[in-house]
Structures are given as structure tokens and as C-alpha cells.
Design a protein around this ligand. Structure first.
Ligand code: 5CA
Length: 431
């Protein structure tokens, strides 16, 4: 993509209601535009990141055996009346009447709808277990939407729902998702800390929250230091769940079961939440199957959420400096910038275009900064939007036969011979 053709409305003046760094940087870097309180348009740069995050989540869900589908955003109130949550959800639910006066709502979550879909088709234990998910916009009329996409009213969530014959089997499904979550967040370059959590309006008695470490996070976490060095190849959910981890309110220093030297204290942001709630919805919404003895039995369910749009903000909270965003490679909107500081110089142009076409041909999403603007603006914009690797082409360097390669994540620059650049950058992109 040529910068001159891409819509990145970077701005200098940040609205005063942007309190936290990720919100400020998302607006400054032209990623989102508020449309009304807690509701945002995703501009091209922001949308690219959102899609990259979705892709990692989708790949890990598919690998874990979950089936992707898509349920509507607008639901009828009927199923919610049956589950008993139509009143319970209170003002957080956006209620809508259609033209014939039927009560509809913008889904804040999908337990009711998915349970109804399941019960329409599945009648035997032989068809279990099943795990269905979708990535769909939700609406919750939060009392105080704030922090940009971190606590929006409209937000994108990946939510799945597991169906099992009994509790033992449901716990296998739960642990399977637990593991998929850890892998998902590790792939995004984040450090996930899992902890036992309250179940709130979703219900049930087993639940874990997934927080990611970020110095600017809202929660204070106390946890076993082992949780900071997980190996994605050998994750044992039972073992992970046995490590100590707690938020402020749960932590009591005098009762903490681990040694002081093993205890870490850091700030975190909740990005995922999983629940096992047994037969809470299946009994009310008639999701019964015949078991191996021919007896009708309600299915055991779990639900599993990841805040997809919140992750964009959380990733920035975990990865930024005074110049702007530092995207981990796996989610970066562009993996590489080719920054031509001298577009009026034929030599610089030829070299820049050669690098650009080379990396585009190799399928690396590359931003070619071909703009006619000051050198300072070019350098600061590329740092602000956080491209992890940057090839900076300047006239003086070229006359000495070199080009600068900047690693935004390590904060290093090196001069590389013009002819070695492709090889060196390719190695870095693949590492
Ligand atoms: N039905 C369950 C799991 S599918 C559920 O709704 N869980 S939840 O309420 O915990 O939400 C799941 C995830 O969505 C949260 O961990 C959080 O990352 C994200 N989320 C929740 N509320 C918001 C919000 N207002 N803005 C942005 N993300 C949110």
C-alpha cells in the first residue's frame, strides 16, 4: 500500500476525554473515530489490526475444534424471557421495538440464541460434544463507556458455546478452550494471566478470567511468577489453573499460599472470560438429549468470550513508547514500512520501489511512504503508527551505499549495504 493512497488521518490534537494512552494513540494514529458515546467507526488502519487479531483468534478456535458460524446482532426477546434474563439484564440491554410492536434487542451475548439453535437440531448424546462460535458485534449500554474501545457500548466479541453430555465431558471442553485462549494471547505477543473469576450475569460456578500484563492496566494482579514463562507447546490447563493468581480484592497477603519470592505484582487488562454453567440455560430452553440409556437429559454448557475490539486497545497499552505504538509483528497493520525520505531523488526512488515491490511480492503487508512531506513527519508518523520494521532510505546513506533499518520493537537502527537489505529484512520478518 502506498501511504499517499492510504487513508490514515493522523491528528495532533487529542480530544480531552481520551484518558488513557491506547485511546489517545488510536485517535492520534487515525485508527478509530468516535461516532457516539462508546461507539466507533474503524478507519482503515484500525480495521486492519482488528482483522489481524480476529485471524489469530479464528485459527486457534478452528484448531481447537470449534465451528465458526454467524448469529444476528438483533434478537427477539422471547428466548430471553424464557431464560429469565430479559428483566435481569436491566438497562444494559438495548431494547428495540419493530414496526409491529414486537420486542427485540441488540444482543449483549448469545447463550439464549445458541441454545435454541442447538436444541432445534440435536437430540442424541451421539452428536456430542459440540462447540460453536462466532465473531460478532455486541451492544451493552454501559453506565460509563470509557477508555475508547476498551469499554465501548458496541464492541466486537468472539463468543463460543460448548455442549456436552455431562459435567466431566464439559470440563474437558472447558480446559480445551482454556488452552486455546493461552495460545491465542501468546501468539499476539502478550503475557496472559488466568485467574478464577466471578460469574456475574452469565451464571454458573466455574469461571476464569484472562488478563494480559500492561503497566497501564486497570487491575492489580498477584500471581505466581511461573505464569510469566509459559511454553505454548506444553500447556497443561489443570496445572495452569493450580498456580496462584488473584486480583486486588481476592488477594490477602497473610493467606497467600505461595512464597514471597515467587509472587509477582503487575497491572493487567481483562481480555477474555470463560464460564462453565452446567444446565442453567439448557433446562430453561429445552436443550435435552437422549443419553446412552435412552433417558432425556439437559446438556451441560460453557461459554467463552474474547474481547476482540478491546484487544486492540489492550495491545497498545502493553506495547507503546513516547513516540507511539509498537505493534507486535503478528498483529501489526503493516509488517514493514519502506520510508523514502527523498522522493524527488531518482536514485532513492528506484531503490525504494524495488524494496517495496520485492516485499509485496513475498506477501508481506508493506507500507510504502512515498509522500511529499517533511522528513520529520515521515519518521514520526511511521513511529506513531508503529510499523515494527522500517527501511529508511535517505540521500546521504545511499551515496555511501547503505540504507537504515529500524527495529521499532527493540528500538535499534543499523546501516545495511543496499544489496543486503532484502536478505536482512526477510530474516527479521521471519524471526
Ligand atoms: N457470554 C460470555 C462469554 S461468551 C460473556 O459475555 N462474557 S463477558 O461478559 O465476560 O465478555 C467477554 C469479553 O468481552 C470480556 O472478557 C471483555 O474482553 C469483552 N468485553 C466485555 N464488555 C466489553 C465492553 N463494554 N467493551 C469492550 N469489550 C468488552
Amino acid at each position: 500500500m502506498k501511504y499517499s493512497e492510504f487513508f490514515i488521518p493522523t491528528i495532533k490534537d487529542i480530544p480531552s476525554d481520551a484518558e488513557i494512552i491506547s485511546h489517545k494513540l488510536m485517535i492520534k494514529a487515525g485508527m478509530i473515530k468516535q461516532s457516539s458515546a462508546g461507539i466507533y467507526s474503524w478507519l482503515p488502519l484500525g480495521y486492519k489490526v482488528l482483522k489481524n487479531i480476529e485471524k489469530i483468534i479464528r485459527e486457534e478456535q478452528d484448531k481447537a475444534g470449534a465451528n465458526e458460524m454467524l448469529m444476528p446482532t438483533i434478537q427477539s426477546s422471547d428466548l430471553w424471557v424464557k431464560s429469565g434474563r430479559y428483566d435481569d439484564y436491566g438497562k444494559e440491554m438495548l431494547r428495540i421495538k419493530d414496526r409491529s410492536g414486537r420486542e427485540m434487542l441488540y444482543g449483549p451475548t448469545n447463550e439464549e440464541l445458541i441454545t435454541d439453535i442447538f436444541q432445534s437440531y440435536v437430540t442424541s448424546y451421539k452428536e456430542l460434544p459440540k462447540n460453536l462460535y462466532h465473531i460478532q458485534w455486541k451492544f451493552r449500554d454501559e453506565v460509563r463507556p470509557r477508555f475508547g474501545v476498551m469499554r465501548g457500548r458496541e464492541f466486537l466479541m468472539k463468543d463460543n458455546y460448548s455442549f456436552d453430555l455431562n459435567e466431566d465431558s464439559a470440563k474437558i471442553s472447558y480446559n480445551n478452550m482454556f488452552k486455546a485462549y493461552i495460545k491465542t494471547f501468546l501468539r499476539m505477543g502478550l503475557t496472559p494471566i488466568s485467574l478464577r473469576a466471578e460469574t456475574g450475569p452469565i451464571g454458573g460456578n466455574l469461571s476464569h478470567e484472562f488478563q494480559i500484563l500492561a503497566n497501564t492496566g486497570e487491575s492489580t494482579l498477584y500471581y505466581d511468577k511461573e505464569l510469566e514463562s509459559l511454553d505454548p507447546e506444553s500447556l497443561d490447563p489443570d496445572k495452569l489453573q493450580s498456580y496462584y493468581a488473584a486480583v486486588d480484592e481476592q488477594h490477602n497477603a497473610s493467606k497467600c499460599p505461595i512464597k514471597k519470592e515467587d509472587l509477582k505484582i503487575s497491572k493487567g487488562i481483562e481480555v477474555g472470560h470463560i464460564f462453565y454453567f452446567g444446565t442453567k440455560y439448557s433446562e430453561k430452553l429445552n436443550a435435552f438429549v437422549q443419553d446412552q440409556y435412552g433417558k432425556r437429559t439437559p446438556v451441560h454448557m460453557g461459554s467463552y468470550g474474547i474481547g476482540v475490539s478491546r484487544l486492540v486497545g489492550a495491545l497498545i497499552e502493553a506495547n507503546h513508547d513516547e513516540k507511539g505504538i509498537k505493534w507486535p509483528k503478528s498483529v501489526a497493520p503493516f509488517k514493514l514500512s519502506v520510508v523514502n525520505l527523498m522522493p524527488e531523488d531518482q536514485n532513492c526512488n528506484t531503490i525504494a520501489e524495488d524494496y517495496y515491490s520485492n516485499f509485496m511480492t513475498l506477501n508481506f503487508d508493506t507500507l510504502f511512504d512515498d509522500r511529499d512531506c517533511s522528513i520529520g513527519k515521515k519518521l514520526s508518523d511511521n513511529d506513531l503508527i508503529g510499523t515494527p520494521l522500517q527501511i529508511v532510505i535517505g540521500k546521504r546513506d545511499i551515496s555511501q551505499g547503505v540504507v537504515e533499518i529500524k527495529d521499532r520493537l527493540l528500538n535499534t537502527t543499523e546501516k545495511i549495504k543496499i544489496d543486503d537489505v532484502k536478505k536482512v529484512v526477510l530474516n527479521k520478518l521471519n524471526s
